[in-house]
Write a protein that binds this ligand. Structure first.
Ligand code: 13P
Length: 249
């Protein structure tokens, strides 16, 4: 049975005190759940988050990392730095990294390879823009994002990969894909993986939905058979909302 996952991407939000306060509220209120619960605070608060959550079931992930081992890359963070503070999960390919920081499929393929070489878990994000959906190109775009960044990998690599389908038009906009739209795309993604790697691997990959997931829509989205959880932005910044979303899975 593939894993259910609810992950909170805090993006560039929460200073140290706010991070500590949110983590202790989440730890105190965390319900019993069969899902993995993950939070991704900013880099400066990662080590603190990891320390504060040592005895909690909540896992900590980074929002990004560089592909190089180390060296002259001002402002960047390496896989070893993350592993050194016991963070072994990283979000790669988020649409904000793609659109504001110019990350393309070729760069992401390098980051993915480094993360896998270091035996990290990757939450790999992708998804179409509004114009691409309007022009009915969403399946083609998603397929090429997956193929270009991931389909050079061996089958064994998929044990360390979680996919997060995040239609760009639904991120932070309040506009959510309908549960049917999410299911349609998730089924397409699973079929695409199955064609390249076979059913056994495709059936084991967790595919999360991200884009304006809230307590009011989480249950319907998570209820779809190919939706294995969510990557939550805004609603993960409020403990009660995030807890309600975890309860919905
Ligand atoms: O980008 C997201 C998670 O990575 C989704 O953000 P929102 O939940 O704020 O739409």
């Amino acid at each position: 049975m593939r894993k259910k996952i609810v992950a909170g991407n805090w993006k560039m939000n929460n200073n140290l005190e706010e991070t500590e306060a949110l983590l202790s509220e989440l730890s105190a209120k965390l319900p019993n759940t069969h899902a993995d619960v993950v939070v991704a605070p900013t880099y400066v608060n990662l080590a603190t988050a990891q320390r504060n959550l040592q005895s909690s079931a909540i896992k900590v992930a980074a929002q990004n990392m560089h592909y190089a081992e180390n060296g002259a890359y001002t402002g960047e963070i390496s896989a070893d730095m993350l592993l050194n503070i016991h963070v072994d999960t990283v979000i790669l390919g988020h649409s904000e990294r793609r659109s504001y920081f110019g990350e393309d499929d070729a760069l992401l393929a390098k980051k993915v390879q480094t993360a896998l070489d270091k035996n990290m878990t990757i939450i790999f994000c992708f998804g179409e823009e509004l114009e691409e959906r309007k022009s009915d190109n969403h399946f083609t775009v998603v397929e090429s994002q997956l193929k270009n960044a991931l389909f050079q990998l061996d089958g064994t690599a998929w044990e360390n990969i979680v996919l997060a389908y995040e239609p760009v038009w639904a991120i932070g906009t309040g506009e959510t894909a309908t549960p049917e739209q999410a299911q349609e795309m998730h089924a397409f993604i699973r079929k695409t993986i199955s064609e390249a790697y076979g059913d056994a691997i495709a059936e084991e990959v967790s595919i999360l939905y991200g884009g304006s997931v809230k307590p009011t829509n989480a249950e319907d989205i998570f209820g779809k058979p190919d939706v294995d959880g969510g990557l939550i932005g805004g609603a993960s910044l409020k403990a009660d909302d995030f807890i309600a979303i975890i309860k919905a899975i």
